[in-house]
Design a protein around this ligand. Structure first.
Ligand SMILES: *Cc1c(COP(=O)(O)O)cnc(C)c1O
Length: 364
C-alpha cells in the first residue's frame, strides 16, 4: 500500500545524524529539560521570530497550557473552527471554557473571518484559528478583529510549521502559537512532542511553570501545574530535522504543484491565497465522487484519508454544546467531500502521475 506519509524514507536519509544525537543524549544521562530542549526552543523562537518558545509534551498540551496560562477558564468562551482535529476543542474544554464555533471558508478550509464577529459575546476571551492542512488562516483579519474586541489570539499551528503570510510565520501572530511534533506533522518527532511560541516574557514564565508542576524550580510551587515536557531525545531528533524543514516544505510544495497540474479541473483542488506560503501538511481535494475515488485508489494500492469525516459541532462528545446539523453548512459540506492524498517530501513524480490518472478516470 502506498502510505499517506512515508517516514522510513526520510529516516534513512538522516539516520546517522539522528542515531549519533540519540546516543550522545543516552550517554549524557540527562533526559529531561536539558540542553537539547533549551537549544531547540531557542532555534524555533529564532525561526518563527518570537521572543521565546517552550517545549511541551504534545500539540494538545501546547494548546491547553497556552489557554490556561492566559487565564481563560470557567465562564469564558473561545471562538474556533468546527472543521479541525478534535484536540483543538478538547484543549479549550480542559480549561473549563466553552468552545464557540464559526463556520469555515471552503477555499482554504480555515475559519471564515466574516463569521467571527457575530459570535463574539461579553464572555468571549479569545479566537483560536487553525492553520488547517498547512494553509495559514487569514491572520491579518483575525488580529484586527481581536484588537477591536480586546481578545487574545491562540494559533493552532499543529499542521503549519514554516507556513507564512508575506514572510511572517504562523505562530508569530497571536499571544501564543501552538505546535505539534506528532510524527506525521511537517516537523515530526519520533514520538509525541509540542511547543508554544510566545512574545510576552510573563506568559512564557507562566507556561514554563505550568509544564513543570507549577514550579519555577527547587520544589517551590506557585500554582498547580502539569507534567508536560518535551524530552531530550525528541528535542535532539527535532534539532536534526529543523535544519532541513525549509527543504522538506519546499519539496511538499513541489509535489503539490505536480498534483495540481495533473488533476482534473472538475475536482476542487487546494487553493493558495495571494501572499501565503502553504506547507501542505495535507494535499486535500473536494469531490462529490469521494467514495468512488477512494475505492479506486484503494483497489490500486493507494491510501487516501478523509480529514475530517464529521465536523466537531456534530460529534457526539460535544453534544452538550447544543449545536445541530445545518449550523455550519461549509464545515458540513467539507466533511462530506474532502479527500486527502498521499503527501510527503520524498513522494516520487511517477507515483503522483499514477494517482492523478486513477482519480481523473473516476472524476469525469
Ligand atoms: C495534530 C493536531 C493537534 C494535536 O497535536 P498532538 O501533538 O497530537 O497532541 C492539534 N490540532 C491540530 C489541528 C492537529 O492537527
Amino acid at each position: 500500500m502506498v502510505p499517506m506519509v512515508d517516514l522510513s524514507r526520510q529516516f534513512a536519509e538522516i539516520k546517522d545524524e539522528v542515531c549519533d544525537s540519540i546516543t550522545k543524549i543516552l550517554e549524557s544521562a540527562h533526559y529531561i529539560l536539558g540542553q537539547h530542549v533549551q537549544e531547540f526552543e531557542k532555534k524555533v523562537s529564532e525561526y518563527i521570530r518570537t521572543e521565546d518558545a517552550i517545549g511541551v509534551a504534545s500539540g494538545t498540551d501546547a494548546l491547553h497550557l497556552a489557554i490556561e496560562a492566559l487565564g481563560i477558564g470557567e465562564g469564558d468562551e473561545v471562538i474556533t473552527t468546527p472543521f479541525t482535529f478534535f484536540a483543538t476543542v478538547e484543549s479549550i474544554i480542559y480549561t473549563g471554557a466553552r468552545p464557540v464555533f464559526a463556520d469555515i471558508e471552503l477555499d482554504t478550509f480555515n475559519i471564515d473571518c466574516n463569521s467571527i464577529e457575530e459570535k463574539i459575546t461579553p464572555k468571549t476571551r479569545a479566537i483560536l484559528p487553525v492553520h488547517l492542512f498547512g494553509h495559514p488562516a487569514d491572520m491579518d483579519r483575525v488580529m484586527d478583529i481581536a484588537k477591536k474586541h480586546n481578545l487574545y489570539v491562540i494559533e493552532d499551528c499543529a499542521q503549519s510549521f514554516g507556513a507564512n503570510i508575506n514572510g511572517k510565520k504562523t505562530g508569530g501572530y497571536g499571544e501564543a502559537g501552538c505546535f505539534s511534533f506528532y510524527p506525521s506533522k511537517n516537523l515530526g518527532a519520533y514520538g509525541d512532542g509540542g511547543l508554544i511560541t510566545v512574545n510576552d516574557r510573563g506568559l512564557s514564565e507562566s507556561i514554563r511553570a505550568l509544564r513543570n508542576h507549577g514550579s519555577r524550580g527547587s520544589y517551590i510551587h506557585d500554582t498547580v501545574g502539569f507534567n508536560s515536557r518535551l524530552d531530550e531525545i525528541q528535542a535532539g531528533i527535532l534539532l536534526v530535522k529543523l535544519k532541513r524543514i525549509d527543504d522538506y516544505n519546499r519539496k511538499r510544495r513541489e509535489k503539490a504543484s505536480v498534483y495540481s497540474m495533473l488533476l482534473d479541473r472538475s475536482l476542487k483542488l487546494p487553493y493558495e491565497k495571494d501572499g501565503t506560503y502553504h506547507v501542505y501538511n495535507q494535499y486535500t481535494i473536494m469531490t462529490t465522487k469521494r467514495e468512488t475515488i477512494q475505492k479506486g485508489l484503494k483497489d490500486n494500492g493507494i491510501s487516501s484519508v478523509v480529514y475530517y469525516p464529521r465536523p466537531l459541532h456534530l460529534q457526539e462528545a460535544l453534544g452538550f454544546l447544543g449545536y445541530r446539523e445545518g449550523d455550519f453548512p461549509n464545515a458540513e459540506k467539507a466533511s462530506r467531500e474532502v479527500l486527502s492524498l498521499p503527501m510527503y517530501p520524498e513522494l516520487e513524480e511517477p507515483l503522483i502521475k499514477k494517482i492523478a490518472k486513477i482519480i481523473n478516470n473516476l472524476a469525469s
